[in-house]
Write a protein that binds this ligand. Structure first.
Ligand code: KPL
Length: 345
């Protein structure tokens, strides 16, 4: 049931919606918070992981943990996370560990590692899962879809797409860069109890300031976001500029439009339903996030591997299989890889 359905909003929180009766029984018995509290593990102390962790920790009666694969960093930031919103700093005393056994079985796992780290992370976090645990995975691009869908750890995972803005300031410190809708959903129909977990997760995220809806066409939304990242991320690295600047550099704007058009051609050939005009949408995101440093540029400035393969690279791979030409995306990949090759002198 989508969170925004009329039954839901009309009757919430009275529990009269037949479709989510069990959820409403939990609502009525939870003692005031509005829903059943969950034990939640957030994986990855990057910008989105920290934003989710600090937001979820501050709200409701959930038990929230952050898992960081680095023991040294986990020890350094344990109990000392900082959330910066509108130049105000909030200290969040959340437990951080590198040991999934210390967390144990959870109700909800939010996987916020980079696309290329998804497969090893899934192996590492196996101790967090029982058959009732819901995994929601948040990555840019589409490179993570197969590793997650084929994993034995959480074969019925849900995927998330968010337009929340977050910037990593320092280890354990994140700046909230603007709100946006978060969509979560399954690629294929999942067991009913996991659908129910998904609805509860949407409620909990929304109550924590992450306005979240469940959708039944998450693949279309993953592609919708992919087209935006195709147009913006690599070009911000190539021109070393915030998102909005791409509109002022004629060659960047031209490449943005051409790259997104190539992506749209591939998406439509694959039968993906693309709502709205993706070029207009991407130019609009450049305007609304004008001062934002894209996630790929944040990586490049830290001299870390970028998600170029999961974004433009994944598109080129799909295009090849369809015998479609995507020269602008190929060129963007080449230029970003050249920049990465010169990270260390
Ligand atoms: O998703 C983003 C990213 O930086 O990865 C955009 C939408 C480009 C915002 O910066």
């Amino acid at each position: 049931m989508p969170l925004g359905c009329t039954e839901f909003t009309e009757f919430f929180p009275l529990g009269l919606c037949e479709l989510c009766e069990s959820l409403f029984i939990k609502i009525n018995t939870s003692g005031g918070s509005g829903f059943y509290p969950m034990k939640i593990a957030i994986i990855g102390p990057g910008a989105l992981g920290l934003l989710l962790a600090t937001s979820l920790a501050g709200a409701n009666e959930n038990t929230v943990w952050l898992l960081d694969h680095s023991p040294e960093r986990a020890a350094a930031i344990n109990g000392k996370l900082l959330l910066n919103i509108d130049d105000q700093e909030f200290s969040v005393p959340l437990p951080v560990t590198s040991n999934p056994e210390a967390i144990g079985k959870t109700d909800l796992v939010l996987l916020c590692v980079k696309s290329m780290d998804v497969a090893p992370a899934l192996q590492h976090i196996a101790p967090l899962f029982s058959r009732n645990t819901l995994l929601i995975t948040f990555q840019n691009g589409i490179g993570h879809i197969d590793p997650v869908a084929n994993s034995t750890i959480a074969p019925q995972a849900a995927f998330g797409v968010t337009s929340q803005g977050a910037t990593l300031i320092a280890p354990g410190q994140v700046r909230h860069g603007g709100t946006g809708l978060t969509k979560i959903g399954f690629l294929r129909p999942a067991d009913p109890h996991l659908h129910q977990q998904l609805n509860t997760a949407a409620l909990i995220l929304t109550a924590s300031g992450f306005e979240t809806v469940t959708v039944n066409n998450i693949q279309d939304h993953l592609w919708g976001k992919l087209l935006i990242n195709i147009g913006i991320n690599a070009l911000t690295v190539i021109h070393d500029c915030p998102n909005g600047k791409l509109l002022d550099i004629p060659e960047a704007r031209e490449a943005l439009i051409a790259a997104v058009q190539e992506g749209e051609k591939v998406a439509r050939t694959l039968g993906i339903h693309i709502e709205n005009n993706p070029v207009d949408l991407t130019l609009g995101v450049c305007r609304t996030t004008a001062a934002n440093i894209s996630s790929m540029l944040q990586d490049a400035r830290r001299k870390r591997p970028t998600e170029i393969d999961a974004i433009n690279g994944a598109l080129v791979e799909k295009a090849r299989k369809l015998s479609l030409n995507v020269p602008v995306n190929e060129d963007l990949i080449k230029k970003v890889k050249e920049i990465q090759a010169h990270y260390h002198g």
